[in-house]
Design a binder for this molecule. Sequence first.
Ligand code: HXC
Length: 514
Amino acid sequence: MWLKDKILEFFSKKEIASIGGGKKAVEKQLAMGKMTARERITAILDANSFHEYDMFVTHEAKDFGMDKKDLPGDGVITGTGTILGHPVCIFAQDFTVAGGSLGLAHARKITKIMDHSIKLGIPLIGINDSGGARIQEGVNSLAGYGEIFYRNTLASGVIPQISVILGPCAGGAVYSPALTDFVFVVDKISKMFITGPEVIKTVLGEDISMEDLGGARVQTEISGNAHFFANSELECFDQIKKLMTFIPWNNSKKAAPYPAKPPKPIYDIDTIIPNEPSKPYDIRNIIKSISDDSDFFEIQELFAPNIVIGFMRIEGETVGIVGNQPLVLAGVLDIDSSDKAARFIRFCDAFNIPLITLVDLPGYLPGVDQEHNGVIRHGAKILYAYSEATVPKITIILRKAYGGGYIAMCSRHLGADFVFAWPIAEIAVMGPEGAANIIFKSEIANSPNPNETRKQKILEYTEKFANPYVAAAKGHVDAVINPSDTRGYLIHSLKISIQKKEIRPTKKHGIPPF
Ligand code: HXC
């Protein structure tokens, strides 16, 4: 009898804790088109795989009426589970409990599960739906955030960290995600900001809606703070599941291999690049013409679309791909595309994912706006990231590789292991027109027919420098290859790079141009 009563008491306590902020608060959450924290965990994880910890943790705050507030689980649910068989640590903030705000007990639950994920060597998934630091708990809430940021930084490069923004997230609730590797947002539901519309109104006198300030579109298209945009929570969870298949559990492992599959025949590598050298094409079609099953998992698709980054597989193994996108701004490098690529390169390097770089760009974007906003500092990030990376690095020069763009896009000089060029590649300091106008300036000006002379000089320059053979003659390019042999070269290069090791100078850490 005693045992039965205790078990009944346990179930009743568990039921109360499971309701979160109560029926009314849950109804409000659902009315906003949001799932509850528990529904989210269930939808992301494999069926029946969730083990919850610290369900009965309570806060000890006393001020501002907190002594009378019972906050189930202190507004956050933590535990472990699996996603498509991969183990993960997970937490989900419960907005129905004090707006998911972060007090000391709430923070301690999160830091405990973070410590687990580092010790166990498994990815951490954080579902953020929080009004930020719990105002009533003052400095204790701030301390809690500090402890989380500290662990985000310790875990960086050790285990993959994934953040999902599923509500209005303010202050610390967005700085922790900013320290993680991938941030997922959902249209209409996700909002991210440091200071909200009310503060902006008070301080600056400006009216702006939460959506226009930091909605899902803003954060994926303009700021680049978020990496994946979804139309619904379920679509977002599918994206997370797919991501999990490409990444390893931790930095001492490789991503799990998949059965090898050839690309689909509809992506014919020989016909994707147009005949005219300046005509654009979609680099994603080249990627799909070389990837297993023509599958390409693109990251930050909506931000800085002049560069394309993401994961694919070659013979079943995950590789990271970085490619200039001739469809947008001719694929130039600029502030945002350098930031985007550099961070991705560092992720791949930290997690043993080989890098393939597809080059077709006219160089860095010129302009006062770029210069004044720090293209030197930001553009240097991609140089740093490629030079620092010691995973296998394979570069294919497809068409244009001019100037700083040639160097920056994982040239031999930044440590590429293999550089291959297609026969149409043009490797030069700048495009033939610009080059001819500068170096033959006086000859063109003094000629009886300047236009004709310009044309001749452009041709002369093109024949001499705008081809892959000058670079191949110096060994900057290892082989000029037939486009249709590209996948074969990649398969071979990756296979022979499996044991790659590079010894670098000893140091505490470098100082990248953050
Ligand atoms: C305590 C909070 C809270 C907070 C929300 N709540 N945010 N309680 N501390 N930070 C509570 C509300 O009082 C309310 O409680 C419940 O959560 C739901 O909030 P609502 O305002 O009714 O919801 P909504 O209208 O949807 O607005 C959500 C919101 C808004 C936009 C997040 O609540 C808001 O602006 N909150 C404050 C955001 C903020 O400035 N946070 C501090 C950031 S500073 P009841 O009991 O009425 O249901 C920070 C420091 C770290 O985080 C910085 C690190 C660098």
